[in-house]
Design a protein around this ligand. Structure first.
Ligand code: NAD
Ligand code: ZN
Length: 355
């Protein structure tokens, strides 16, 4: 399966397939002077050998493994990888391959974006969530003051998504990535939303998952083509992320995964949308499905002030208002500004409802 992204910066292809990691060399242009494969401790154990074997025809192929987890998206690890790249003699005709989830994609992508003013890189996503992070060209590392504060728009040359690698994904990570698929359905398409919730995650099979991933990627690709730098409609993809990011930061990345926090954020966005626009959205349906699939909500009244502070610190704040994506209806996202007091009230009624 192929999705083309007609990026203004650089067009690229996304290939999805069962087992395509073994064929990586078929998709590489032959001229790379050297290749640096970057992965994390979990993924490298499982899949780095497969990729390395596929690259046997190349003279200089190196592997760098960083610790699994969000902590690796740091300035320190970024600097270490640059040092490695220099020591290994990578030049402007070298290639970086990011093998892993969103952490590796963002980190290795940012190394590629900045090493010698930018060299080619390929995304080889291995999490469901990475269907989102590997497409769209956003690459970043974290600052102590906040997530993704250091970064760039730097599209990959290719995304090679081997859906077979998802078989080893822990349940928590399946929940995480699936929340982003639900987000895409909410901003795009009611029927598809119904379909995504038609089965429990435990019964998800690879064929339907591949179809869902492709559809999610297509939705994102079509948005990026219109607004790559997030000046307008790309912001719609932040549905659920205002509260999501705040929750993720408050609880620490280890407690709640990105997508689990986004799932709560999606419910909150629906809650606010219903009140602001006097409409009905399938909030109950989503909330029930999330509960049945063991998503954790982790919200309490005592957290409100801190969550509001964190939301204010988010990039999306203009003056005193918090910018949030709402739904005028299913498939009709809008950018909405809301003052802090109102946000606080909504958060209080929301927490009372879900706990
Ligand atoms: P992750 O990369 O940390 O992966 C989650 C966990 O699963 C890790 O422990 C990893 O080692 C493990 N893992 C990965 N693939 C595996 C596999 N196939 N089998 C077994 N274990 C596997 O996290 P993630 O959820 O993929 O990505 C989250 C990151 O993505 C965050 O840093 C977020 O900011 C970023 N993100 C970026 C964008 C973007 O547009 N650039 C979009 C969304 C999220
Ligand atoms: Zn997200």
């Amino acid at each position: 399966k192929i999705v083309n992204v007609d990026s203004n910066i650089k067009p690229y292809r996304i290939l999805l397939g069962n087992g395509i990691r073994y064929d990586i060399s078929d998709y590489l242009q032959p001229q790379y002077s050297s290749i640096l494969l970057i992965s994390d401790t979990n993924v490298a154990d499982l899949y780095a050998d497969d990729i390395m074997q596929g690259l046997q025809g190349y003279d200089s192929v190196y592997l760098e493994v960083v610790h699994a987890g969000e902590q690796s998206k740091s300035v320190d690890i970024y600097y270490e990888l640059l040092t490695k790249a220099i020591e290994l003699g990578l030049d402007r005709h070298s290639l970086i391959i990011a093998l892993g989830g969103g952490v590796i994609g963002d980190l290795a992508g940012f190394v590629a974006a900045t090493y010698m003013r930018g060299i080619d890189y390929i995304q080889v996503p291995t999490t469901i969530l990475a269907h989102d992070s590997s497409v769209g060209g956003k690459v970043a590392i974290n600052h102590e003051q906040g997530k993704n504060l250091i970064g760039s728009f730097y599209p990959p040359s290719l995304v090679l998504f081997d859906t077979a690698t998802l078989a080893t994904l822990p349940t928590k990570e399946i929940r995480s990535g699936y929340a982003e698929l639900i987000k895409e359905a909410l901003i795009a398409d009611e029927e598809w939303f119904e379909k995504l919730l038609s089965e429990p995650l435990a019964r998800l099979n690879r064929d339907s998952l591949t179809e869902y991933l492709k559809k999610g990627i297509e939705i994102k690709a079509r948005i990026i083509e219109k607004d790559e730098k997030e000046l307008g409609i790309r912001k719609h993809l932040n549905l659920g992320h205002t509260l999501g990011h705040a929750l993720e930061t408050k609880l620490g990345y280890g407690v709640m995964t990105h997508g689990e926090a986004v799932a709560v954020g999606l419910l909150f966005a629906m809650h606010v949308s219903e009140a602001e626009f006097k409409i009905n959205l399938p909030k109950e349906k989503l909330s029930r499905w999330l509960e049945e699939n063991n998503y954790s909500f982790n919200l309490s009244i005592e957290m409100i002030d801190e969550l509001i502070d964190l939301m204010k610190r988010d990039k999306k704040v203009i003056k005193q208002d918090i910018q949030m994506i709402l739904l005028q209806n299913l498939g009709e996202p809008v950018i909405h500004s809301m003052d802090v007091t109102k946000m606080k009230d909504y958060l209080a009624t929301f927490i009372a409802q879900i706990s």
